[in-house]
Design a protein around this ligand. Structure first.
Ligand code: AMP
Length: 245
């Protein structure tokens, strides 16, 4: 079936109506979104995009945009909606043919959520499934200050709960395990405040059939099993709407 008219800047020409699954992880920094979206991505065979990782990679560039981005990331503030939305839209359009995508860290503002809906309508897809991982703030601060990441492949470890079997280096590729610049306590507190401000309106926006609250305080395996059962239960029928008006 050919998708009917899709208008606006997020319109895309598609010959076959896509049967793609779009999953959004909502949760504070340190709530386990990165770990869980990687596990879910492997289970479902669809890509996961961490907007934080994407922006950190962009910030490595020795250009004025790269330097500007580095400053924003180091401060714990949010990056401008337009920049993040355009990058997500481009990637999303590419991943539709591969079955969909998991979004980790996007949307983070109401404007981003509205833009995402526009993108999905433009792609002739129904609303995203939203998985909200909720973890008490004191656990989050403890998790984030102990978090380490492979400088080479991005794998996530934790000095308390998930140590590398190879000590100071990554189990998979031997890369150095480093602390993210924005995982220092003052910046963590700023990031959590930014999240708290944005979270309530996002939950309000998404509350409904496709929104799922999950207690993210359990073990990685327990949370992963819960997420998978939610996704499988809801994923029997691909969500699809009428063609965008
Ligand atoms: P994360 O790795 O998800 O904790 O994100 C790290 C940082 O990247 C955040 O503190 C923001 O500065 C930026 N960032 C990530 N995702 C977004 C987004 N959707 N909108 C704006 N800024 C973002």
């Amino acid at each position: 079936m050919r998708a009917e008219k899709a208008r606006g800047r997020d319109a895309v020409a598609v010959e076959e109506a896509p049967r793609a699954r779009i999953i959004v992880f909502l949760g504070a920094p340190g709530s386990g979104k990165g770990t869980q979206s990687a596990l879910l991505s492997a289970e479902l065979g669809i890509a996961a995009l961490s907007t934080g990782e994407m922006l950190r990679a962009e910030a490595q560039r020795e250009t004025s945009a790269g330097r500007k981005l580095r400053k924003v990331l180091a401060s714990g503030a949010l990056v401008a909606d337009e920049l993040v939305c355009d990058a997500v839209a481009a990637r999303l359009k590419r991943e539709i043919a591969n079955g969909g995508m998991i979004l980790d860290g996007f949307p983070r503002t109401l404007a981003q959520a509205e833009r995402l809906d526009g993108i999905l309508r433009g792609l002739d897809l129904g609303p995203a499934m939203v998985l909200h991982l909720d973890v008490p703030r004191e656990h989050i601060v403890a998790r984030l200050t102990a978090r380490r990441q492979c400088a080479s492949c991005g794998a996530i470890y934790n000095l308390v709960s998930r140590r590398s079997g190879r000590g100071e280096v990554c189990e998979s590729d031997g890369g150095a395990l480093v602390q993210r610049e924005d995982d220092s306590e003052p910046v963590i507190l700023k990031r959590l405040t930014a999240f708290d401000l944005a979270c309530a309106p996002l939950v309000e926006y998404y509350r409904g059939a496709n929104y799922h609250w999950i207690d993210g305080g359990g073990s990685t395996a327990a949370v992963a099993a819960q997420l998978l059962s939610i996704v499988k239960a809801r994923g029997k029928k691909p969500e699809k709407t009428q063609a965008a008006a």
